[in-house]
Design a protein around this ligand. Structure first.
Ligand SMILES: Nc1ncnc2c1ncn2[C@@H]1O[C@H](COP(=O)(O)OP(=O)(O)OP(=O)(O)O)[C@@H](O)[C@H]1O
Length: 888
């Protein structure tokens, strides 16, 4: 394809047509080498045989009975008598030469030590470069410029192979180019001889050492990069030329090795460890990519994968040559190589033609594109974009239908609740009249309720799992109606009345709408609140179900744990089963269930003074105002008990904020905000902030409904980033993220959150200098609180995840199983990649499991019925309300 495509591209007006991305699988070749002299002298047997052009067979009859596969198929296999020229011509040439057409390409050699990687790569590099020069000579109509750079990764340090300076080079992240190696020499190539000379310098510079398996064993990963730029000569200097620019990478990996087989010690052993570790990361990345790129890919776990990211599933065409020794003694390593090759076969890349256009050419291209689009609009024939529109409309219709259904369902529930309220009122009325003569205050109940309306007290109604009703205790679905006066309950005590709980708490949530006037204070809870809590609860259960299914052990939900785990759910936490054999890819068992001694944990002395790790609303900035009411839910306490029992440390309840407290805080903030909106106190510039991220539901009205999903995504991104900037508690992020997943009714809560975070960000010490230093100090301290929170969460890992689950988690997150601080390492990674939504989803899922979002979610059911309190200005004591009040 390379040569043909470039010939077609010799005129710049043809270039733009070839710019589309091209998705294709990595090409995987297997090369078997002959037995070497050493192996022959040891009477080794060659157990592997290429039975046709694409299959390789393991012939050992003893192994055949072991249940392991004996035949493997790849794009192409080469037996020991195939020449390197044949491998190049039939296997790698087409992809390698894409580079002259402006398409990045890469050729890898992967395999155990002494299997023939360097032997193969040297030849492939030489043939490719010769063909490139041949191509350049045959295309005089184009002007070519070639650049060359070379590096090696030795013991996880990057070295410039074109420089005698051994100083390790740093990796930098460039927003446009991705990872770049700082100060790497890039030589402009004059001619073929010049390039040959540079290649021999690299060979001489590369770290090589003798092992028992290979006298000339490469001890580093070598990456050679040849960049080719070309432009059509006839357009050069005319302002409308375009340049094709692409690179070909030649990657000769160091070989995996078993210390026992390589008989390595000292320096060699250390090198071997580094080699194996980075190859393990490469294997993990390939395995993850082979499953369809869902979730977080650990490119950053090694320098090798960071540098090679574009070649692994990115903008490059890629070939991997896996080399094998046929000897029986290497069978395990050979099988590992073939497993790696099988995974690599599933990985797709998205290469594209890289064109650098001059301004003039760009304008010309855009004009053409515009004309094409105008034509498309005129012609009624179905096009891909109109298809997209109809798909979107269909999706919207389905969404609308779903919402309609929900509204009907909620209306039904509300009516049911309404009729129950009427029944209860009837009973209460009867009760009251039968006691009339004994009572001094004939309408005590109504009076109390009216008073409650006026004062809006905030004491919590949840006590030891019992919920106080109208002078009534309701326990687990059972309601008892009791006249307060008959128990001698005073008016003050009656202030604790919150609402009447129905048998099913869902039924108690929506009865405010349109009936408030008929039922005094009972109907005071607004329809909006009722609707919110109902849908919120439903959502909690949905979210919980997915968390449960995602984190339940294999036997209960095998599909989730399967290799092809629920591909339809992009939000799934894919704990993938490792298919790679133990030898190379499985790390050591975790030492024990108990917490291994580690720096972090020994530092932890119970609850430090003023430390509020789970300051959901306060972020540790104002510890005295965290707790909503001092009475933790039973769920919250259970979580704390778990923590407390970890290592016998003394951690108090206030350190875990229950989801109830969280939701109650949300509700308060919303009410406060609505009130401020009503009072016209919202500052116009803050309204603008909301518009900037695409949300202003209060102003946009109905029109915003259709755009809501888009707005939601933008807003969610902005909030996630602000959480990170403001060091917001991970538990808070998790609750918020899991609860608000895009329902239109979420908009107000997202708005409130964004406003709060914007305010917090503006008051960070490096931001608004006018903020008083005390406040700034408190905000800085939230960073410490976040660190502590991570520590505490990490201690829950052993309790919440089984041994097997933990192992999968560590592997998935690229953490060594034998690392002493593996739990902290895991938690430290959560919520850090704010631009990667899959990462965020996985982080929320893990923390949701750690804080037992499930039980808390279930407990909310009770809470919605009971602690449903009217708006109160007295409750502005939460951390975020402080922020809000200063804000507006
Ligand atoms: N296909 C082949 N035909 C003949 N000889 C080969 C072949 N492949 C490798 N060899 C020989 O085997 C030996 C080891 O090869 P090479 O150094 O390329 O292995 P390697 O995989 O790069 O090893 P390491 O990872 O230790 O660097 C060399 O002497 C090489 O010449």
């Amino acid at each position: 394809m390379g040569a043909i495509a470039t010939e077609e591209l010799s005129k710049s007006d043809k270039i733009t047509g070839a710019m589309a991305e091209r998705e294709e699988k990595i090409l995987v070749l297997v090369r078997l080498r002959p037995l070497n002299d050493k192996e022959i002298s040891k009477n080794e047997v060659a157990d592997w045989e290429c039975i046709n052009e694409s299959s390789i067979l393991y012939r050992n009859s003893l192994q055949e009975r072991s249940g392991l596969p004996t035949a493997y198929s790849f794009d192409r296999v080469y037996s020991g008598d195939c020449s390197s020229k044949q491998v190049y011509e039939e296997g790698t040439k087409e992809i390698a030469l894409s580079v002259v057409s402006g398409i990045n390409s890469s050729i890898f050699a992967y395999g155990q030590t002494s299997s023939g990687k360097t032997y193969t790569m040297n030849a492939i590099t030489e043939y490719t470069v010769a063909d490139i020069y041949d191509y350049v000579q045959r295309h005089e109509e184009r002007a070519f410029a070639l650049k060359f750079s070379a590096m090696e990764i030795y013991n996880e340090n990057v070295r410039d192979l074109l420089s005698t300076d051994n100083t390790p080079l740093r990796l930098m992240d460039d927003p446009e180019k991705g990872t770049i190696v700082e100060k790497l020499t890039e030589e402009k190539i004059n001619d073929w001889n010049h390039l040959r000379k540079l290649l021999s310098i690299c060979e001489a510079q590369r770290k090589v050492g003798e092992t028992s398996l290979n006298e000339q064993s490469s001890r580093s990963h070598q990456i050679l990069k040849l960049t080719i730029e070309s432009s059509a000569r006839e357009f050069i200097g005319k302002g409308n030329s375009s340049t094709l620019s692409a690179s070909v990478f030649f990657i000769d990996l160091a070989g995996s090795e078993r210390a026992s087989q390589a008989m390595s010690a000292g320096t060699r052993l250390k090198e071997g460890c580094h080699i194996n570790r980075s190859l393990l990361t490469l294997g993990n990345v390939i395995r993850k990519l082979s499953k369809g790129r869902q979730g977080h890919i650990n490119y950053r776990d090694s320098k090798l994968t960071r540098i090679l990211q574009p070649c692994l599933g990115g903008n490059a065409r890629t070939t991997i040559i896996c080399t094998l020794s046929p000897a029986r003694s290497h069978v395990e390593q050979s099988r590992n190589t073939l497993l790696f090759a099988s995974c690599a076969k599933q990985v797709t890349t998205n290469a594209q033609v890289n064109v650098v256009m001059s301004d003039k050419a760009l304008v010309k291209h855009l004009q053409k594109e515009l004309a094409r689009l105008e034509n498309e609009l005129k012609s009624p024939a179905p096009t891909s974009s109109s298809c997209n529109c109809s798909v979107t409309i269909r999706k919207k219709d389905i969404q609308l239908e779903k919402m309609d259904k929900q509204i009907r369902e909620l209306t039904k529930q509300r009516d049911l609740a309404q009729s129950r309220v009427e029944d209860l009122l009837q009973i209460i009325g009867n009760d009251q009249s039968s006691n009339k003569q004994q009572r001094q205050k004939p309408h005590a109940k109504w009076k109390v309720q009216n008073k409650w309306e006026d004062e809006g007290s905030i004491s919590d109604s949840s006590v030891n799992g019992h919920h106080r009703l109208d002078g009534v205790l309701a326990e687990d679905g059972e309601s008892y109606i009791e006249d307060p006066s008959s128990r001698g309950v005073s008016d003050d005590q009656c202030k604790e009345v919150r609402c009447i709980e129905m048998e099913g708490s869902e039924a108690s949530i929506g009865f405010g709408n349109g009936h408030a006037a008929n039922h005094g204070s009972i109907g005071r809870s607004s329809h909006q609140n009722g609707f919110f809590y109902g849908s919120l609860e439903q959502r909690i259960q949905e979210v919980q179900r997915s968390i449960d299914s995602l984190t339940s052990p294999q036997p209960e939900n095998p599909s989730v744990w399967d290799d092809a785990a629920d591909a339809s759910s992009s939000r799934s936490l894919n704990f993938s089963k490792t298919r790679v054999s133990k030898e190379n890819y499985t790390n050591k068992e975790e030492h024990s269930e108990t917490t291994p001694p580690c720096e972090v944990e020994t530092d932890f002395n119970g609850r430090p003074g003023g430390f509020r790790k789970f300051a959901v609303l306060d972020y540790g900035a104002d510890s005295g105002k965290l707790s909503r009411n001092g009475s933790q839910s039973s769920v919250g306490t259970e979580v704390v008990d778990d923590v407390r029992s970890e290592g016998g440390r003394n951690i108090t309840d206030a350190e875990i904020t229950s989801v109830q407290t969280f939701v109650a805080g949300l509700k308060d903030a919303k009410l406060q905000y609505e009130k401020q909106l009503g009072d016209g106190q919202v500052r116009p510039e803050l309204r603008k902030t909301l518009r900037d991220v695409g949300l202003d539901p209060m102003l946009d009205g109905e029109d915003s409904t259709l755009d809501w999903s888009l707005q939601f995504e933008r807003l969610q991104k902005a909030i996630v980033e602000l959480w990170q900037i403001c060091n917001v508690s991970l538990v808070h992020r998790t609750y918020f993220f899991l609860l608000f997943n895009g329902e239109p009714t979420d908009s107000i809560y997202l708005e409130v959150e964004l406003r709060r975070l914007t305010f917090l960000k503006d008051t960070l010490p490096h931001g608004n200098r006018s903020v008083d230093s005390g406040r700034a100090r408190k905000l800085v301290s939230s960073e410490k609180a976040l660190r502590k929170e991570r520590e505490t969460l990490s201690k829950l890992i052993n309790r919440r995840f089984s041994n097997e689950e933990r192992k999968k988690l560590y592997t998935k997150w690229g953490i060594r199983q034998d690392s002493k601080r593996r739990r902290l390492q895991l938690v430290s990674q959560l919520w850090t990649e704010t631009g990667d939504m899959d990462h965020i989803v996985e982080s929320a899922t893990i923390i949701g499991k750690l804080v037992k979002f499930s039980e808390q979610g279930r407990a909310l059911k009770g809470m919605f019925g009971v602690s449903f309190s009217p708006p109160s200005l007295k409750r502005s004591s939460y951390g975020w309300m402080n922020g809000m009040s200063s804000l507006v």
